[in-house]
Write a protein that binds this ligand. Structure first.
Ligand SMILES: [Zn+2]
Length: 193
């Protein structure tokens, strides 16, 4: 499907409902996952630029969905440039889902934020957060670097937001891979005043 995170999210959600349906004793707890889902959607999203001291000049306005973009085809996030070692901070409050090292993102952190949106921070030089860590916007997650496929390029933070619940209105038939815009949100929309 879309991203590994979206796939895992739906797997977990559907299997927890399947569990509640399958075991009659637990049927009465059906409201728990529904309540958790509702709280996630109600949770207000306050967002800040996820690189300490950075301004809107630190990334290009058309960074999102830039094409062509190597093996990714389109650029599904924004690249926020800063000196190596600058603090990468959480853009929203949330929960660290995982930290990872390897692949295109190099050292990366995934945070589940308000509205069931997943915030991805990649190419970090150092990771200073851990799985299941609750964060507030501004909490340090790591530092800007050039790990993964950013090696040899100027250090920057690749920041991307995905949603497992598609926004049908964001489908863009004119863009390359335009249907994927239902699942990949443009951070620029919230970060530019
Ligand atoms: Zn990028």
């Amino acid at each position: 499907m879309i991203t590994n995170t979206t796939r895992r999210f739906w797997f977990l959600l559907l299997s927890s409902f399947a569990f509640l349906v399958r075991y009659r004793y637990f049927n009465r707890y059906f409201w728990i996952p529904l309540l958790i889902l509702a709280i996630g959607f109600i949770w207000p999203q306050e967002m800040i630029i996820p690189v300490k001291g950075a301004t809107t000049n630190a990334w290009a306005k058309d960074s999102f969905w830039a094409y062509p973009w190597g093996t990714s085809v389109t650029h599904k996030g924004i690249d926020i440039f800063a000196e190596r070692g600058t603090a990468v901070i959480a853009a929203t409050s949330g929960l660290v889902v995982y930290t990872f090292e390897g692949g295109k993102g190099g050292k990366s952190v995934m945070v589940l934020g308000p509205k069931w949106r997943f915030h991805y921070y990649a190419h970090l030089d150092e990771v200073n957060s851990f799985p299941l860590q609750p964060v507030r916007y501004g909490t340090v997650l790591g530092t800007v670097g050039d790990t993964g496929n950013a090696k040899g390029k100027p250090p920057h933070l690749h920041y991307a937001i995905t949603t497992p619940f598609p926004y049908l209105n964001l489908r863009d038939d004119k863009a390359v891979q335009g249907w994927k815009k239902m699942f990949h949100l443009n951070p620029d929309k919230w970060l530019r005043p």
